[in-house]
Design a protein around this ligand. Structure first.
Ligand code: ADP
Length: 468
């Protein structure tokens, strides 16, 4: 069947470049239906033709038998020929064959022109078993002929013959019934194939890819649908993550702008006063100092924002970093700040190694120790420790400051979160220090928590997988 017909029959749009299951199954089923129905019709025809032949054979045998019993009453060849001549034979051809095979009588041909019939199959059969019937081609008539012969008991054989129509002419006789059957076969095949195709294709068309596992499609498709579902979930999760990141970034940008505005407003305000000549000459150094402080605050903020964005970029990369060396360096850098508050910083670090970006590891330790000194009371002690525990490295920074209230212990790691906003800003905090610590720890596969230090104060604990 041409593709266009198949497409029309399946009620389907033709799509360039894609093989259609509906069209293929329709074509296959159509061919199958036609083949099955044609075979059935041919089988029925063959069987009826055969039984029609049988009936004709039986009828001819009965006829020849009754004719033979009439002839057996008559004696002598001439008398039998005369009796045959008078017999009502309708269209049947009657032949009387003598003992030696000579044809004595034939109502279709002159016996004198006929050859010896002793070797004809049906005659030999009659002589052997009393009677015989068969279909063969007649030498005399040149057509398919059914013969039935009976031995008359004295060596003579009577034979009746009837020309038969061939299978072709048998079929030809009912051509219009055959043509009608072909049309019916075609129409039925189209309907059956459409129905079957619909039954096969429909479950596929009804698959809801938004909920791949919630449909009654074929069991064979389950692995594929399970995979689709898996990918859909992964995509959804990815989308959610992306959304979250976008929201966070937006909030972050808003916060950064807000944080920048404050020092800029202060700087602008002081500059305006000085410009208007409202600051006396001896106050100028104080105002200049305030402006410097605010610009320093802005620089710190920009440094922290840059540190965070560097951390974003460096996730997953890194090299072995010795924590003891990092702690020593940080404490050295912060010594002036500690001395200024008379804070004593103790370092107790084992020789442990983590995998990370060296500058990020240092920034993480720096922020923790910086905060500890910042929030320590005058003359307080800050304890920095690093040790191996199982396959992890534990870094702990403890101080004797005010500590962090339980309900805020998680929130202090949020960007721009400050326990006491006004105090923190005055101490030069950006509110990003602990967010950087958390980000750095996580980028190394670790976590950070804050607890109460034994003697009061805060104790930050970072757990990172060891480099070994
Ligand atoms: P900041 O730059 O304001 O210090 P951080 O992110 O480093 O920002 O800290 C967030 C908040 O957590 C701080 O504002 C402070 O209130 C609190 N905090 C941080 N470290 C300590 C500490 N060692 N002791 C007490 N509070 C702390």
């Amino acid at each position: 069947m041409v593709p266009a017909v198949a497409a029309a029959a399946t009620g389907e749009r033709e799509e360039v470049g894609s093989r259609s299951l509906a069209r293929r199954s329709f074509a296959t089923m159509f061919v199958l239906c036609v083949a099955v129905m044609l075979t059935a019709v041919l089988a029925v025809t063959a069987v009826s033709f055969r039984s029609y032949e049988r009936e004709a054979e039986d009828y001819l045998l009965t006829q020849v038998q009754s004719c033979a019993s009439a002839l057996q009453e008559v004696q002598g060849a001439d008398a039998r020929c005369a009796a045959l001549q008078a017999a009502p034979l309708a269209d049947a051809r009657a032949t009387l064959v003598d003992v030696d095979g000579t044809v004595l009588f034939d109502n279709y041909a002159d016996p004198a022109t006929l050859g010896n019939h002793g070797q004809r199959a049906e005659i030999m059969q009659a002589r052997q078993s009393g009677q015989g019937a068969l279909l063969r081609r007649s030498d005399t008539l040149g057509r398919d002929t059914l013969y039935a012969a009976v031995d008359l008991g004295d060596g003579m054989v009577l034979r009746l013959a009837e020309t038969r129509t061939s299978l072709a002419s048998f079929l030809g006789g009912m051509w219009w019934q055959l043509a009608l059957s072909l049309v019916v076969i075609f129409v039925l095949s189209v309907f059956a194939s459409r129905l079957l195709t619909h039954m096969v294709v429909r479950p596929l068309q009804e698959i809801d890819l938004a909920r791949p596992l919630e449909n009654g499609a074929y069991a064979e498709l389950q692995p594929l649908l399970a995979r689709v579902d898996e990918q859909r979930r992964a995509l959804e999760a990815q989308n959610d993550e992306l959304q979250r990141a976008v929201t966070m970034r937006r909030e972050f940008t808003g916060n950064v702008s807000h944080e920048m505005k404050t020092p800029l407003q202060v700087i602008g305000g002081y500059a305006e006063l000085m410009e208007a000549g409202m600051v006396s000459a001896e106050d100028v150094p104080r105002f200049a100092g305030l402006i410097r402080q605010e610009s320093e605050q802005m620089r710190l903020l920009i440094d922290d924002v840059l540190a965070l964005s560097r951390l974003d970029e460096s996730v997953g990369s890194g090299e072995p970093v010795g924590l003891r060396q990092v702690c020593d360096r940080v404490v050295e850098r912060l010594a002036p700040a500690a001395d200024a508050k008379d804070v004593h910083v103790t370092v107790d670090c084992q020789d442990v190694t983590v995998v990370g970006v060296p500058s990020s590891v240092e920034q993480m330790v720096y922020n923790l120790v910086d905060n500890a000194i910042e929030y320590s009371p005058e003359g307080g002690i800050v304890a920095v420790q690093a040790q191996a525990e199982d396959s992890d490295v534990l870094l702990s920074v403890a101080d004797q400051g005010p500590g962090i209230p339980d309900e805020l212990k998680e929130r202090v790691f949020e960007r721009f979160f400050r326990v006491d906003a006004s105090r923190s800003r005055n101490t030069g905090g950006t509110g990003l220090g602990l967010a950087i610590v958390k980000h750095a720890a996580e980028s190394m596969g670790g976590i950070v928590v804050v607890q109460d230090a034994p003697g009061g104060g805060a104790r930050f604990r970072v757990r990172i997988p060891s480099a070994r």
